[in-house]
Design a protein around this ligand. Structure first.
Ligand code: NAP
Length: 259
């Protein structure tokens, strides 16, 4: 399908690996020029080179922590007028309610709620003026169904979801479309790390843990980042112009509900 976004310009945050990289790759395949970001410069440069060589689009990269004001400023200096913004960052640490200090809460709210909100605030005026924009926030299935050991993530991402629910409706009339994409378990370094931790704790192999997790998913397997990237690219496409403030769950059916 022609996504109708060739030669558009995108910022993809936290995109040297995992879900962010997969989104960048599918946007590049649709002809979108990219500015990608992550903290580790070597990994990021490799990712940018791969995308530019494989897809023939312009790819800039900014090595910075996107959860800092300076990091966001550095990204926006390189791409001040994006047509597309993909908000993404690492997730907060695991634990339970009694573990977290006020500082932990502030860090989680900053990373997974305020950072995407501040980026949206920066790019929305230009998108509104140009009468076209697409914003996709990578949140989590935890927004629909809390993950017991990820309370910081559950809460911060719900805050972002509330902001999007209101704001998306205020900008849609200007051709600017904001939606959230909610990953369930996807095979990335982050999930692999959690699997290895769990395997060590239970004295079984990571393969066994992954297999057990896959059995909890009606689709029968963990999510593939590439499928995630394809869905995100669709949400950024010309065809998604009537899809406003949705929370699109990509979890292979793991969340059991009628609607
Ligand atoms: P991942 O494989 O660990 O990749 C994370 C990417 O983000 C890397 O490129 C990393 O590069 C970059 N990054 C992390 N923190 C950053 C920061 N502060 N500033 C800039 N770049 C940063 O993780 P993932 O699985 O793709 O997860 C992406 C998001 O989806 C996370 O918020 C995660 O909690 C959420 N999520 C994932 C799953 C899943 O199953 N994978 C499920 C639900 C939600 P550097 O380390 O070099 O910065």
């Amino acid at each position: 399908m022609d996504l109708g976004i060739a030669d558009r310009r995108a910022i993809v945050c936290a995109a040297s690996k995992g879900l962010g990289y997969a989104v960048a790759e599918h946007l590049a395949a649709a002809g979108v020029h990219l500015t990608i970001n992550a903290r580790n410069e070597d990994d990021l440069r490799d990712a940018a080179d791969r995308l530019a060589i494989c897809y023939g689009v312009d790819v800039s990269y900014v090595a910075a922590d996107i959860t800092t004001r300076e990091g966001r400023q550095a990204v926006l200096e390189v791409e001040p007028a994006p047509d597309i913004l993909i908000n993404n960052a690492g997730g907060p640490p695991s634990g339970i309610w009694s573990d977290w200090t006020e500082a932990d809460w502030l860090a989680a709210l900053n990373g997974n709620m305020l950072t995407p909100i501040m980026l949206m605030k920066s790019v929305l005026p230009g998108m509104i003026e140009r009468k076209w924009g697409r914003i996709v926030n990578i949140t989590s299935a935890a927004v629909k169904s809390p993950i017991p050991d990820l309370g910081l993530s559950n809460a911060a991402r719900c805050g972002l979801t509330g902001f999007v629910g209101g704001t998306a409706r205020q900008v849609a009339g200007h051709g600017v479309i904001i939606n959230n994409l909610l990953p369930g378990m996807h095979e990335t370094d982050r999930l692999r790390g959690r699997i290895e931790k769990e395997a060590a704790r239970r004295g079984i192999t990571p393969k066994e843990v992954a297999g057990n997790l896959a059995k909890t998913v009606p689709a029968g397997h963990l999510g593939r980042p590439s499928d995630f990237g394809a869905t995100a690219a669709f949400l950024c496409s010309q065809h998604a112009g009537f899809m406003v403030a949705q929370n699109v769950l990509l979890d292979g059916g793991a969340f059991n509900s009628t609607m």
